[in-house]
Design a binder for this molecule. Structure first.
Ligand SMILES: [Zn+2]
Length: 187
């Protein structure tokens, strides 16, 4: 039985030997098995429902492989206001140039294209897909644009919240004024 240590790990991989200078199409499902693994430790979850999709074309020139396509996948983040699940629809283009790992090649300093490496005869795309998902997650995901946040019952609301706000405002303003003694000490 031939061992294929790298191949078993990758959910999305392209066989180098299938490629030519003519672009070849690929279509992958982005399913929950991949997402659970890729999103581990990020606080994100796969969204239940249909798997996402990764539609690509790949072409090879010598040992360099150009991959470009479109990623569409929904994931669940935590709403920044109410902490309930917030669905994030990731829809993004991806483009990357794969070069053999360890090849003595000057990586082009080109902002428009990721330069990635591959080993052996498989172009593994898992990490690239993960990066593209994570970069599309907003800093403050919302379950809906007008999410009011956690509703606090009226009897819990402290009276005179306004006074508290004013005190904070005053203290912030006064701390912005440099203390002359501190200034003297520093100089
Ligand atoms: Zn919310």
């Amino acid at each position: 039985m031939a061992l294929e240590p790298d191949r078993g790990m990758a959910h999305f991989s392209i066989d180098l030997l299938e490629l030519s200078p003519v672009a070849r199409p690929y279509a992958f499902d982005v399913g929950s098995a991949y997402l659970l693994e890729a999103l581990e430790g990020t606080g994100l979850q796969p969204s239940p429902g249909a798997p996402g999709s990764l539609d690509l074309e790949a072409q090879r020139r010598g040992s360099e492989v150009l991959v470009r396509g479109r990623l569409a996948v929904d994931v669940l983040a935590e709403c920044a206001r109410c902490l309930e699940p917030a669905r994030v629809a990731v829809r993004t283009d991806l483009i990357a140039l794969f070069v053999p790992a360890g090849a003595d090649r000057a990586v082009r300093d080109d902002d428009d294209i990721d330069v990635e490496t591959y080993r052996g005869e498989q172009i593994g795309l898992d990490a690239l897909v993960r990066e593209h998902i994570l970069v599309e997650i907003p800093m403050q995901p919302l379950c809906r644009p007008d999410c009011p946040g956690i509703e606090m019952p009226a009897h819990v609301r402290a009276p005179g919240l306004r006074d508290v706000d004013e005190r904070i405002g005053v203290s912030a303003a006064s701390s912005a004024v440099p203390d002359p003694r501190v200034t003297r000490k520093e100089s």
